[in-house]
Unconditional design. Structure first.
Ligand SMILES: Cc1cc2nc3c(=O)[nH]c(=O)nc-3n(C[C@H](O)[C@H](O)[C@H](O)COP(=O)(O)OP(=O)(O)OC[C@H]3O[C@@H](n4cnc5c(N)ncnc54)[C@H](O)[C@@H]3O)c2cc1C
Length: 393
């Protein structure tokens, strides 16, 4: 315990000295997030410095082992680091599919060479990943995927189409599910492979969303060469890796419901409609925001508890579905409240005053939260079956 308090004091001092003031401000828009990768342009010097300093300490991935670019912290130390970052309002130095999804899968299923090759680059934000799971005929029923990998001895040639591939046009590499045995039952003929998006035969085509942005793409694969050394896990057992990765993805998406990094709702609403006698002017909105804040606080504690249980190996793998479901509902509620507080002004789409309609666009974007990473209906099915033990249809 005394050790943990020493760690807290040292962490606090280090953060005070090293977190640039600009990185202690709440996120204002999507560009405030740092995604890293070869194509990344830092928004400002503070964003670059913050990533560099945190990565040098291994604190972009505090709990990963030091030899793979992590901080080697215990869960308790990582919690202290998170608390101390929250205390000064520090932003995450790096958002990354590599950290949230591929990294944990590589730590469990990767070979030593794969870990040494990819994990430190992910930790330093030098390589950006996209996820090639969904296909036009395989979304909720992901195991029906058809993307074919033809065995050519020391490599495969991969041909097919992926869809809804977030940031495929920005990514450096893809982790991808391919069919390596078309004759086997559908879950047993899938493999999990990695390839560089610069490989000949890879093309991406952005898809326009309701928000007016194009954060994801159709991805076409035409005889793309994939080296055998880039198979993760066993041949034809990629479904195990895919499911494990999905648990991490769902927990990460659910974490959107943790509101620490954003401007407090009460403050946003007070700026929009003012207050009377120190209280938000609209009593109904005030009550809705209070209810939201209580639920968000309870959710944060549920996330902490789920993390502790995972570490102690007492959690249920399906807990990720619960966190995904509730966290995405919370995030949608948060943006409904922001829109309610903003009234007609919140619908502005292009003006400078509205930062080019950032709130309205983000509100529309949240509609996808309950689809991406597996829909809410599918999560509820999983919860019913694996947690509540209800009889199947
Ligand atoms: C913003 C966003 C980003 C995404 N990013 C990626 C990415 O980077 N990589 C990637 O591979 N994919 C990505 N996806 C795709 C996502 O994983 C799929 O959209 C999702 O799994 C649903 O598949 P589908 O769109 O084919 O819908 P479908 O599976 O066709 O579902 C259609 C409707 O039927 C319902 N339904 C289906 N099956 C059942 C069932 N058994 N019980 C009850 N209801 C059911 C669904 O809930 C849904 O309402 C992204 C999606 C979005 C919206």
């Amino acid at each position: 315990m005394a050790d943990l308090e020493t760690f807290r004091a040292e962490t606090r001092a280090w953060l005070e000295a090293n977190c640039p003031p600009e990185m202690r401000q709440p996120l204002e828009d999507a560009e405030d997030r740092c995604w890293g990768g070869r194509k990344w342009t830092f928004k400002n010097e503070a964003q670059r410095l913050w990533l560099e300093r945190m990565a040098a300490r291994g604190w972009t991935v505090p709990e990963w082992p030091v030899e793979y670019g992590g901080g080697g912290l215990s869960r308790e130390q990582a919690k202290v680091l998170r608390q101390e970052m929250q205390r000064i309002g520090a932003r995450s130095p790096l958002d990354s599919f590599g950290i949230w999804m591929l990294g944990p899968a590589l730590l469990k299923y990767g070979t030593e060479e794969q870990k040494k090759r990819f994990l430190p680059e992910i930790a330093r934000g030098e390589i950006r990943w996209c996820q090639g799971y969904s296909e036009p005929g395989a979304g909720s029923d992901l195991a029906s995927l058809q993307c074919r990998a033809e065995d050519k001895g020391d490599h495969w040639l991969v041909t097919g189409q992926k869809i809804w591939t977030s940031y495929a046009d920005q990514a450096d590499w893809m982790f991808c599910l391919v069919r390596t045995d078309p004759a086997a039952p559908k879950h047993l003929g899938i493999s999990f492979v990695l390839f560089d998006m610069q490989t000949p035969g890879v093309t991406t085509k952005p898809i326009l969303l309701i928000s007016g942005k194009s954060p994801f793409c159709e991805t076409f694969l035409d005889s793309v060469r994939v080296e055998k050394e880039n198979l993760v896990g066993e041949l034809n057992r990629g479904w195990d890796v895919a499911k494990y990765l999905l648990q991490h993805e769902r927990t990460m998406i659910g974490a959107m419901g943790e509101v620490g990094a954003y401007r407090p709702l009460g403050q946003i609403a007070a700026n929009a409609i003012g207050h009377e006698g120190g209280m938000l002017a609209d009593p109904l909105l005030r009550a809705d925001i209070a209810r939201f804040e209580v639920d968000a606080m309870a959710f944060r504690l549920a996330m902490e508890r789920a993390g502790d249980m995972l570490k102690a190996k007492t959690g249920n793998p399906a807990d990720a579905s619960m966190l995904k479901y509730y966290g995405t509902e919370l995030n949608k509620r948060r943006y409904e409240l922001i829109m309610a507080a903003g009234g007609a002004d919140a619908l502005e789409w292009e003006s400078e005053r509205s930062r080019k309609g950032d709130d309205a666009r983000t509100w529309l974007r949240t509609k996808a939260n309950s689809i991406e990473g597996g829909t809410s209906e599918v999560q509820l099915n999983i919860i019913a079956k694996r947690i509540l033990d209800l009889p199947g249809a």
